[in-house]
Design a binder for this molecule. Sequence first.
Ligand SMILES: [Cu+2]
Length: 492
Amino acid sequence: MRKFTILLAILLVGSFAYSQDAETKYVRKNANSPGGRADLDAMKKAFDIMRNMDCKNGLSWYSQGAMHNTPPEINGPNQLCEGFQGHDNTSKLPFGWDNCTHEGGNASSSFNFLLWHRMYIWHLEKVVRELSGVSDFALPYWDYTEQDDRTMPELLTQKEVSLYTKARLSSLNNGQEICNEQFDAMERQMKELSEMTEFQTFSKNLNNNPHGVMHNYIGGGFPGDESSCQEETMYNEIYQQKDISGLMGNVESAGFDPVFWLHHSKVDYIWQQWMDSKNGNKPSEASVLKHEWPYNFINPDGSKVTYTMQEVYDVVFNLDYTYQGLEKSTFIASSESSPTILKSSKQEKTTKTLIWEHAVGKTIGAKTFVHELDSDLNNKTKSTFRNVNATSKVLDFDVVVYKEPKDFYTVYMRYEGEKDSYIGTMSFFGVAHEHGIKKHSIAEKGVKLNFSFDVSDELKDIQKPFSIYIKKHGKGTAKVTIENLKLFTYNK
Ligand SMILES: [Cu+2]
């Protein structure tokens, strides 16, 4: 009987933690605002402690970063985590390490990108709250798509502070602004993201830009035309290797740069803005349950916790925090949705129909690429849209790369005699992931990738033929080949 009572108590406590409506207790603030700066001070305090913990301690800076991912091999005896020589040389990784999701993996990996990172940074936030003793701490965000926030939050640029690393683009660590070419691409993308209507398309595009382009940028820029857009390689203290990109530029070392947390707080903020807007929606409970992923984290008291997909769903869509600025979000301003936010109940649409498929088989050249769709396809597009009551239209690109490009590509639809319409960005952060550190060598066959761009607004005029125009940002030599082009519709 006693055993039963204890079990019942555990069950009750458990269900209380997950199924009750979480109250919004914490406010994540802009890292460059006074409140955000106060939270960064708390974060510094916590990281002072975490940096001094042994990596076997799950709360340590090293272990928290390793939960995202670790290098396959470490060059020489590991100076930061004695005995750990990379995941290829380790038979049993510590609890929770190497669990991050990334685009281009399997369907579950792509699906869980936003959900897993939300859980990951939410746990870090609780750890910082505990270790700093600041009971209302909330993880600040770096609002880098805004004109006023083009410089990295100052505390992170100060050497000798536990939130600093040298392995970043030097112009950012020197307090310079994000260069124009990078900033413009992100600014343009924000509008495009707000117009999307389908969760997985939204998630993929957010993953590419600003998420992926910003990882690469912080980790060493891209070889652009402006002087502040120059690519850099550097010493990466996680791989213990020279002449590679910085911590943020590689999936396996990204979690070790403290700016990672501010970056993913921003990514999470963009997701929430979209979810609360008129175009946004959340994935259905059934779709979350069917995309299994390991959710293993460390509680602030050092204990381990593993979540079921049901528990993940309950936490992720019933938050105990909100974002400063959410009420004046441009996503929300463009809709009639009320600011009674964070309790979004709209669910995703699921029926996907292939309209046409077209083999391209062309490599994108040095600067620009134009591909005309032949009249047959345009006729097909016309006749299909007469019959289908599509709520969203998605252009899908199958792409192959043989080496991870640091360049990124912006993609446009072009109607003759009209201004090009931007539809999305192709970026390649994480492509070389799991392919070794030796100069990002990717297997001979290359890596197949898929990009999906919502063209619901751009493909309104179905009577006119159009072409695809792609602009390369950067002067890197890694080649990108477009294999296939497909058009899908999603229906209610
Ligand atoms: Cu990331």
